[in-house]
Design a protein around this ligand. Structure first.
Ligand code: NAD
Ligand code: UDP
Length: 326
């Protein structure tokens, strides 16, 4: 806990998986948090423990609607956007507008308050990458008319808004490109790979692998990501460049499924389902920039992070059974 004046920090998407862990960390370091969220893809359970904290305020609002907040704001984190493919494809136009109109609204709020701004962008700006690993100076390979475009192109446009706001001197904007992150408080039915595999194994249901399972991802545990987000928001001076945050360990989806099968006592087997259109084949972050600028690198190995996540899902599902999306 820091001593001295508490900063007011706005976290848009603060009820989400990553956002709720960020709210916890900011409150633990002695700041005040204003959380703005519409609960589009999250559960109020994620912030239940914070509701009686006098330093925590919750505003239920869609960021596509203009925000009018009078109290001073020192920093704004924008994490508001569905992140799981089935969720962001459910209402693709709203997903795109969340990144464009929503980010525009929050940037205007930051300009009015003189607040620093951190935009949660994504490794998806690299699309199905033709360079490996992905460095921040790679411009990407995105299908702008495919089913993932609402997310990828929305996030690319949001980056443009941030860098134009920075170049024109309106906002101290920072952009993080987040690679696949997992941990407690992912929605059990959100369709992402880590939550799907764990929930399926815990229920003795078949583990669904899309395609042959040779596609790769790099999995970062949520506490490592949150540490990186806070470092990027606070580093001085603002380098004015996007920064990759992710764990460079690269695994095939088949390897991940095997790990889950060895870690969860289960009768589950593996089934294959069709590979979704435009599914990226390989993904691994080059984190040289984060190491140099933020002195950051992930600390939690995949086996350790999976063990925490399995324990959390096991407890949560026992309390609250849900219908899963696969
Ligand atoms: P999440 O779906 O759990 O959280 C997103 C939160 O934003 C939810 O609480 C949701 O209700 C809220 N939200 C969505 N649209 C909104 C809107 N229009 N107005 C107000 N609130 C809205 O997802 P997450 O995994 O916590 O992701 C957080 C951020 O990080 C997202 O911006 C996502 O694009 C980015 N990101 C995450 C990952 C990852 O692997 N988790 C990877 C890359 C980027
Ligand atoms: N995937 C899978 N089975 C599932 C869910 C996802 O094989 O039940 C695959 C998906 O096709 C992709 C990878 O796992 O290749 C990661 O998917 P996720 O939706 O978690 O993230 P993203 O594709 O956005 O990186």
């Amino acid at each position: 806990m820091r001593h001295g004046t508490k900063k007011n920090i706005l976290v848009a998407g603060g009820a989400g998986f990553v956002g709720s862990h960020l709210c916890d960390a900011l409150l633990a370091s002695g700041d005040k948090v204003i959380c703005v969220d519409s609960f589009l893809t999250s559960s109020p359970d994620n912030i239940l423990a914070l509701q009686n904290n006098p330093d925590f305020t919750f505003i239920e609002q869609d960021i596509c609607d203009e925000l009018d907040i009078r109290q001073p704001i020192a920093q704004i984190y924008n994490l508001a956007c569905p992140a799981s493919p089935p969720f962001y494809q459910a209402d693709p136009i709203h997903t795109m507008m969340t990144s464009v109109t929503g980010t525009g609204n929050l940037l205007r709020l930051a300009a009015r308050h003189g607040a620093s701004f951190l935009q949660a962008s994504t490794s998806e700006v690299y699309g199905d990458p033709e360079e490996h690993p992905q460095r921040e100076d790679y411009w990407g390979h995105v299908n702008c008319i495919g089913p993932r475009a609402c997310y990828d192109e929305g996030k690319r446009a949001a980056e443009t808004l941030c860098f134009d706001s920075l170049r024109t001197g309106q906002v101290d904007a920072r952009v993080v490109r987040i690679f696949n992150t997992y941990g407690p408080r992912m929605q059990p039915n959100d369709g992402r790979i880590v939550s799907n595999l764990i929930v399926q194994a815990l229920r003795n249901e078949p583990l669904t692998i899309y395609g042959d399972g040779a596609q790769t991802r790099s999995f970062c545990y949520v506490s490592d990501l949150v540490d990186g987000l806070i470092r990027l928001m606070n580093v001085q001076p603002n380098a004015g460049l996007p920064v990759n945050l992710g764990n460079p360990g690269e695994f095939t989806i088949a390897e991940l499924a095997e790990m889950v099968l060895t870690m969860v006592p289960t009768r589950s087997t593996i089934v294959h389902r069709p590979l979704p259109q435009d599914d990226p084949q390989r993904r691994r972050p080059d984190i040289s920039r984060a190491k140099q600028l933020l002195h950051w690198e992930p600390k939690v190995a995949l086996a350790e992070g999976l063990a925490h996540t399995i324990a959390w899902f096991s407890h949560t599902l026992a309390e609250k059974p849900v219908v899963q999306r696969a």
